[in-house]
Design a protein around this ligand. Structure first.
Ligand code: EPZ
Length: 420
């Protein structure tokens, strides 16, 4: 297993470009199942999770090919095999977004239930409830969701999610795109990735309105055409790089990000004393001295993203005072805390709340990544800490960041990957 070794304390200066969004690319690729033919998706990051989605689509009989740069060509047959096996779903929960497209287009689907997860229970009851509202008959058997559309086609319906779910909204929106009649979905996720998926679906001829608000209206159509879509920039990768820029003594420009997707984070960075400025095509952040403390509460978009909680916490570990972090989206997303403590951070967790007492500095140590964003936080902590930090289990990082060490090194970071 690869490791990342960081000699902390080197100032970061310069520009770094952001990749396409993992969490927008995955549902867009799943959306291709809604139409037979040759699909084109651009700005698709080259990540382990995207490769898993490519394998999953391959298992269904689709041909997935990278055609240079970050473009993907996808050929979807007339009758894909409507099955997502456990071996693939267990390595990537987001595989569940194939369920809606499969049952909508083929009238049946068999998708493995995702297993446990490091950050919380993460049930998919809302995905299933939404699809059932569209008329799907759903059974759970041998660890699989078996869904059928009676008569071969789903029916439009009005459905309100009990809680805000990003991939749940995406799954049901994709299914409704091919259902007979109109669907009105309430309490929808407003995340930019949902908006991007609506745009992708529109390139296929879907009739959708209201994405980005909590009510999405979809007029089902009988047939869709292949996708022609470019994925939005990754706001979480951009956010991670912005936090790197906000660490004391750094000055980083993140190019190609969408500032309108980063407002909650930028506001927090300013609150802790970082200078964040819009520059042509991006954001520049300057971290000046030890940050001020700040309270952070995660929430669905436009709130502070749970996917940035661990990275922001790193900045707060060296603040001049105490901060309270509250995680409201997932029930167990503090796996990074134990590792940050090994670097000298003073953090106490009580349920969903973490009290972070700022210390003057962190000191490098070997640490272990537990999930994707926790790994990114450990890399940031390594940049900040005095001495050497070695991050193990880097495969978690590689699921969502394209060669992060190669993006940070040109900024001046002393960071390298040690191949297993
Ligand atoms: C998406 O996961 C993202 N993944 C996650 O990114 C992100 O952390 C999360 O949204 C929240 O923003 C993708 O887009 C592929 P949810 P998702 O359904 O859709 C509960 C990363 O690091 N819930 O919005 O699975 C759930 O348990 C990741 O890139 C139900 O109770 O998250 C959680 O507490 C990790 N029943 C809350 O809702 C359901 O049916 C929000 O989860 C569905 C969800």
């Amino acid at each position: 297993m690869d490791r990342i070794v960081i000699e902390g304390g080197a100032p970061l200066r310069g520009e770094v470009a952001v990749s396409g969004a993992k969490n927008a690319a995955l549902p867009a690729l799943a959306a291709a199942l809604l139409a037979e033919g040759e699909h084109s998706v651009r700005n698709v990051p080259d990540l382990a999770d995207v490769r898993t989605m490519g394998r999953l689509l391959g298992h269904m009989g689709c041909a997935f090919e990278r055609t240079g740069g970050h473009a993907v060509a996808l050929r979807v047959p007339a009758a894909p095999r409507p099955e997502a096996p456990y071996e693939l779903v267990r390595t990537m929960r987001a595989s569940v977004v194939v369920l809606g497209p499969l049952v909508a287009r083929l009238g049946r689907a068999q998708v493995s239930l995702p297993g446990g997860c490091a950050i919380g229970a993460r049930p998919i009851d809302q995905h299933l409830k939404g699809l059932a509202a569209l008329g799907a008959e759903i059974e759970l058997r041998h660890g699989y969701v078996e869904a059928r559309a009676p008569g071969g086609r789903l029916r439009g319906a009005t459905f309100t999610f009990d809680g805000v779910t990003v991939t749940g909204t995406e799954n049901v929106m994709m299914a409704a795109a091919l259902a007979e009649g109109t669907s009105v979905l309430g309490n929808c996720a407003r995340e930019p990735e949902v908006v991007d998926l609506a745009q992708a679906l529109r390139s296929m001829g879907a009739r959708i309105q209201g994405e980005g608000t909590d009510e999405i209206r979809i007029e089902g159509v009988e047939r869709l055409r292949p996708l022609d879509h470019a994925v939005i920039p990754d706001r979480i990768e951009a956010g991670t790089l912005l936090v790197a820029g906000a660490l004391p003594g750094n000055d980083v420009t993140v190019r190609g990000c969408a500032p309108e997707h980063l407002e909650a984070l930028v506001e927090k960075l300013r609150q802790v004393g970082a200078e964040v400025r819009s520059v042509p095509g991006g954001l520049r952040v300057v971290g000046d001295g030890r940050p001020r403390p700040a309270d952070v509460r995660t929430a669905p978009f436009p709130g502070f993203p749970t996917d940035m909680q661990a990275q922001m916490m790193v900045l707060l570990t060296v603040a001049q005072g105490s901060s309270v972090v509250t995680e409201t989206v997932f029930e167990n997303r503090y796996m990074h805390v134990l590792e940050l403590r090994r670097l000298g951070a003073d953090i106490a967790v009580d349920g969903r709340t973490a009290l972070v007492k700022g210390v003057p500095e962190l000191s490098g140590a070997p640490v272990m990544a537990s999930d994707l964003r926790a790994s990114a936080a450990l890399v940031l902590a390594g940049l900040l800490a005095r001495g050497t930090t070695e991050v193990q289990r880097v495969y978690h990082l590689d699921r969502g960041y394209e060669r992060l060490e190669e993006r940070l090194a040109p900024l001046g970071a002393r960071i390298r990957r040690v191949k297993a």
